[in-house]
Design a protein around this ligand. Sequence first.
Ligand SMILES: Nc1ncnc2c1ncn2[C@@H]1O[C@H](COP(=O)(O)OP(=O)(O)OP(=O)(O)O)[C@@H](O)[C@H]1O
Ligand SMILES: [Mg+2]
Length: 362
Amino acid sequence: MIVSNPVPLDISYVPQKLFFRDDKIAAIRSSVLAPSSSGISNNIIIHGDSGTGKTSTVKFLMRDSKSIIYENALSFKNVKALLEHVLSRLGKPVSYRGLSFPDIFSTLNSVISFRGNTVLVIDEATNLLKSDTDGLYNLFRASEIYGTSLSTILISMENPFSYMDRKYGTVVELKFNKYSGSEIYRIISERAALSLEDGAYTDSILKYISEISAPVGSARFAIELLQKAAYMAEYRLSDSIENDDVRSAVSLINPYITESKLSLLDRRELLVLLSICSLLSDKLSVDVHTVENQVKLTGESYSIDIKKAEMYRIIRKLESMDIVSSTIQGRGNRSGVSKHVSINDVPVSILSIKIRDIIARL
Ligand SMILES: Nc1ncnc2c1ncn2[C@@H]1O[C@H](COP(=O)(O)OP(=O)(O)OP(=O)(O)O)[C@@H](O)[C@H]1O
Ligand SMILES: [Mg+2]
């Protein structure tokens, strides 16, 4: 068994500890939550790429702040519909659709006078920010126009400050940056410890997942990889997660690969790719000198002879097609650096089968 507790691998799980976001938590507390509790309404827009912890940070704050109401904009066609829903959640169901903003806010005022100052979080608000300027105007200026003690936290993947109208008044900007590889490693180490059997994973598997996720900078992507790789290993009835489980997970999330790309390669190119695959079954990357030897060996069984220059040309082509990636690494002695190639987004075991198949048909 690999997974002992599936909950922390679920994408909606809000962890007890949020790493690397103390400054954001403090910024939201000081710019919105603290002023709100003393009667001052402020508005803030949180933006940043997917998986940078925007939703979990506000959910984390909701644990000890009862004044926050959370809504997802995707369920509503505009601000008015969203506010009508908020009213009904607060015990004031709207009897007919199409209330005016003054009606909505005066009803809200009567609820808030009992409930106390309220902070409304609107998640996934990218489209709302673009499409409902009138609604946002009313929402952001509700305290001036209608005397409503309401602060708003909007969450968006895109940065709206480049196109947003000045008429909204002062809106605080809070940007969530992408996570680095080592930050992602910290986050998934915690999740792995909470959800997986002790011997089911190694540090190098977690490092591998972090490395693949680093260019995206997304904790969401990394946790999804960990989850899918874990179930992949469980499905194989294995006791532990292997590199190929991670590659399978990537290919599940990113299923753009192979058949069509492989069909663009000729026999000689396929043979170089097959050689790389066979070297990667127990390694994450391999240097090109090793590939050169393997190409000779594999070539013999297919009676294909590929010289060094041609092999380099083929590897460059495979890189340009995003089938393999490469890094330059030191060799650990005086002989300088060498190029290492890797395949990260498809299991090499499956790729090898496909390639052998195609070569046999050519
Ligand atoms: N700093 C962190 N510490 C621990 N876990 C984190 C952290 N940041 C994100 N996560 C986890 O990563 C996953 C994705 O985070 P979250 O949903 O908050 O991202 P998001 O910025 O809202 O992404 P999206 O824009 O796609 O909605 C969640 O499971 C969350 O618990
Ligand atoms: Mg989110």
